[in-house]
Design a protein around this ligand. Structure first.
Ligand code: ADP
Ligand code: MG
Length: 190
């Protein structure tokens, strides 16, 4: 009977659309409802703090940084009923079987992550997670060019749109990401 409560929820959209805020909102409600919650995030994302997920609006929630998604199995505490994973786009395809396992155990799994990379291409395991989810919320940010709804993440290197084939890390360059609508999302090809 345990699988009856197990479900997968995905929160997705571009950078700044409020994925982490929405994740934290759901976790706080779950905690009030006396659910035992555990949050995981990639250990290589040390943007703000390593033992928390932090939103751009400043909300935070305790989280366990992991290098490899299989660590969720080892670090899962007894009696956990809600598992959240933030920045899920950075994990490999192994996340799919781990999420399936958790849901099968009756756990509510909430995954947040970018649906597309800066080029507008599907990001890592997110398309598969979205396909398998009971519930998917695609949130909008605000386009920094026209203030309409933004569905994309613009990468800017030294103030200019990054090329499709630019390396992920450009040594010595100043880079920035901003939310953009489809019309204002620019990805030049070399
Ligand atoms: P995500 O996890 O999707 O990157 P966060 O939850 O960290 O988003 O942050 C969402 C917050 O970012 C918003 O509530 C708002 O305060 C702030 N913000 C900054 N820039 C933008 C933007 N272009 N569009 C919408 N929100 C923005
Ligand atoms: Mg976030």
């Amino acid at each position: 009977m345990k699988h009856r409560n197990g479900r997968l929820e995905v929160i997705t959209g571009p950078m700044f659309c409020g994925k982490t805020d929405e994740l934290i909102r759901r976790l706080r409600r779950a905690a009030i409802a006396k659910q035992k919650v555990q949050v995981f995030k990639p250990g290589f994302d040390a943007r703000y703090s390593v033992d928390k997920v932090t939103s751009h609006a400043g909300n935070e929630f305790e989280a366990i940084p992991i290098e490899n998604v299989s660590e969720i199995r080892e670090r899962l505490s007894e009696g956990v009923t809600v598992v959240a994973i933030d920045e899920a786009q950075f994990f490999d395809a192994a996340i799919l079987s781990i999420v399936d396992e958790l849901v099968q155990k009756g756990i509510r799994v909430i995954v947040a992550g970018l649906d597309m990379d800066f080029r507008g291409e599907p990001f890592g395991p997110m398309p598969n997670l979205m396909a398998k989810a009971e519930e998917v919320d695609k949130l909008y940010a605000v386009c920094m060019e026209c203030l309409e709804a933004a569905t994309r993440t613009q990468r800017l290197v030294n103030g200019e749109p990054a090329h499709y084939d630019d390396p992920i890390v450009i040594v010595g360059a100043s880079e920035l990401y901003e939310a953009r609508c489809r019309e204002h999302h620019i990805v030049p090809r070399l």
